[in-house]
Ligand binder design. Structure first.
Ligand code: MLT
Length: 250
């Protein structure tokens, strides 16, 4: 049994060098990519294809014209000036992924860190996406996992407070499972940070640079409380062969 947390994008390169074939990876981009993906699937999206680069998203669109393009650069929806041709259909606000827009659709998504983190986990035995919206359901699905790697997407090249909170919350749910195994110091650190924050998330969020950036933008302000809703959804989402789909109950 082994529980480990990776805090920063500096770990993505190292992850690619590791043998992940016996590891289950869980990717956290609480603000906002993995929360947006979770909400899209809750609202009936058929699948999400995460890609690292805008050019890759455009290539998929060329092959499959029915897909929706979603994502951000600098937090904002990708526009024709960045693609050289078309505006993306959606940004990276979880509130944009409503049933009327996404039901039955495949969404190709590229974000600054979240989709990069997911692609760094390719080769793992299983890859899950995490959000506070369904963290309890995710913890239940992960009970009994032997090698669990919690991958925080971070912000640009830095650790992100909110991803650490998410990883700490999941570690706390599963703590007893790993009592006979190896718990890394990084897992202890994430859990301690979560436990010191859990009673007052609203107060703790001041430590998140991402949250401060979103809260300062009137259009994106409401994304922050949205992303910190706890356990409103009862399914988990997994990536197989580069495609994310939901599994389990609704
Ligand atoms: C990312 O993938 O880097 C984030 O989700 C950025 C954002 O909040 O848009």
């Amino acid at each position: 049994m082994n529980l480990e947390v990776l805090f920063t994008p500096a770990d993505f390169g190292a992850l690619k060098q590791r043998d992940l074939s016996q590891s289950v990876c869980v990717v956290f981009d609480i603000l906002r990519a993995t929360t947006s993906m979770t909400n899209a699937l809750a609202n009936g999206a058929a699948a999400i294809i995460p890609v690292s680069e805008i050019a890759q998203a455009l290539e998929v669109k060329k092959q499959q014209p029915d897909v929706l393009l979603a994502g951000e650069r600098e937090g904002l929806r990708i526009r024709a000036a960045q693609t050289g041709s078309i505006d993306f259909d959606l940004g990276n606000s979880p509130r944009e992924f409503t049933a009327d827009k996404v039901r039955g659709k495949t969404i190709v998504m590229t974000t600054t860190n979240g989709t990069r983190a997911l692609n760094a986990c390719v080769g793992a035995k299983q890859i899950f996406i995490a959000s506070f919206l369904n963290l309890r359901a995710l913890a239940q699905a992960l009970h009994g996992t032997e090698n669990l790697l919690l991958v925080c997407a971070g912000t640009f090249e830095e650790a992100a407070y909110e991803d650490t909170l998410g990883a700490g919350a999941l570690a706390d749910f599963l703590w007893n499972d790993f009592s006979v195994g190896h718990i890394s110091d990084s897992s202890q650190m994430a859990r301690e940070i979560y436990l010191s924050a859990e009673r007052d998330f609203a107060q703790a969020i001041q430590f998140s640079k991402n949250a401060r950036r979103l809260l300062a933008n009137p259009d994106l302000h409401d994304d922050v409380p949205f992303c910190f809703q706890r356990d409103s959804l009862n399914f988990v989402a997994q990536m197989h062969d580069g495609i994310i789909r939901r599994t389990g109950k609704s």
